[in-house]
Design a protein around this ligand. Structure first.
Ligand code: SF4
Length: 320
């Protein structure tokens, strides 16, 4: 039996919704097939008020083992570092986070807000929000850069706005089946199994990217969304085109540019209209280039791409 506690800080519940939609494995599978004992979750937990607080105290005391501590949302420190009083928790949530993280075997941040602070931590950040172990790209966050859970791992970051359901449940399964210590994390503490490749990996528009054929409107079935519509697929680490959403599709497959939501800097341009879905350029060259390509290389690549583009690249190849 693996005891799992899921608490929520400054959150929109998007990751909870994502979790409840999981299919491979589903939340039911976690309980019946993998022995996950959900001690409490904002949408599944029965205990409230005194009963919830009593259970949290039992965990902090060590009388009940906390195998997986999942946190969704930011750690709110306002006003003036005191933290927001939480009516479910009976005290500021940040105080529970601090104590529970010390007794957890594994601490998992689900979603952008818990990983890096996300949208709430964007300047001017009136809630003084931080992620568990990062504030944007700065290492440290609420628990500090030296934090390690009892299994001797830092916070496992599963970012995304929201994180894909399967990323969440598969990490929980890895821990429940004794493979948590083997998880290989990147320098932002994201599991490499999900976050080594780019959103562009597996995108159906890759041929159009290669031949510099651009989509100019949302939903267009031909063309790449990078050149005009600000797609961040070539520089965003996520498996969105490898592990499809609803087993069907992804943003870029549907004609919506990748927003880069798994990266610490999200939301880019504060999601302001006129900037976020428009490729920002300097003398015709995008400011944000595909990962690993410099400006000179990009100019050469694009000159060749345009010159060699076959005629079919301008056709709608998804005609039914
Ligand atoms: S830039 Fe975006 S739309 Fe174009 S191929 Fe890459 S991920 Fe797909």
């Amino acid at each position: 039996m693996t005891n799992l506690l899921w608490l929520q800080g400054g959150a929109c519940s998007g990751n909870t919704m994502s979790f409840l939609n999981a299919e491979e494995p589903s939340v039911c599978d976690l309980v019946t097939d993998f022995g996950i004992n959900v001690l409490w979750h904002p949408s599944l937990g029965m205990e409230l008020g005194d009963n919830l607080q009593k259970m949290l105290r039992t965990l902090v005391s060590g009388k009940l083992s906390l195998d997986v501590f999942v946190f969704e949302g930011t750690v709110i420190r306002a006003p003036d570092g005191t933290g927001e009083w939480n009516r479910f928790a009976g005290r500021p949530m940040k105080d529970w986070v601090q104590e529970l993280a010390q007794v957890a075997n594994y601490t998992v941040a689900i979603g952008d807000c818990a990983s890096w602070g996300g949208i709430p931590a964007t300047a001017p950040n009136p809630t003084e929000s931080v992620g568990l172990q990062f504030l944007k790209r700065d290492h440290g966050g609420f628990l500090g850069k030296n934090y390690r859970s009892k299994a001797d791992l830092p916070v496992i970051n599963v970012p995304g706005c929201p994180a894909h359901p399967d990323w969440i449940t598969q990490i929980i399964v890895a821990i429940a089946t004794g493979r948590g210590a083997e998880l290989s994390l990147d320098d932002l503490q994201r599991p490499k199994t999900f976050f080594s490749s780019f959103t562009q990996t597996g995108c159906t528009r890759n041929m159009h990217f290669a031949y510099k054929v651009s989509a100019t409107e949302f939903g267009q079935r031909k063309g790449c969304l990078f050149y005009d519509l600000g797609c961040r697929g070539p520089m965003t680490h996520s498996p969105c085109n490898r592990i499809l959403w609803n087993r069907q599709s992804s943003k870029t497959r549907a004609g919506m540019p990748c927003l880069g939501c798994t990266e610490p800097e999200f939301p880019f341009f504060d999601l302001a209209p006129g900037t976020v879905f428009k490729t920002q350029t300097l003398m015709g060259i995008p400011n944000a280039l595909p990962a690993g390509i410099d400006r000179k290389g990009y100019i050469k690549l694009m000159a060749t791409a345009k010159a060699t583009a076959p005629r079919w690249a301008e056709d709608d190849i998804f005609v039914v």
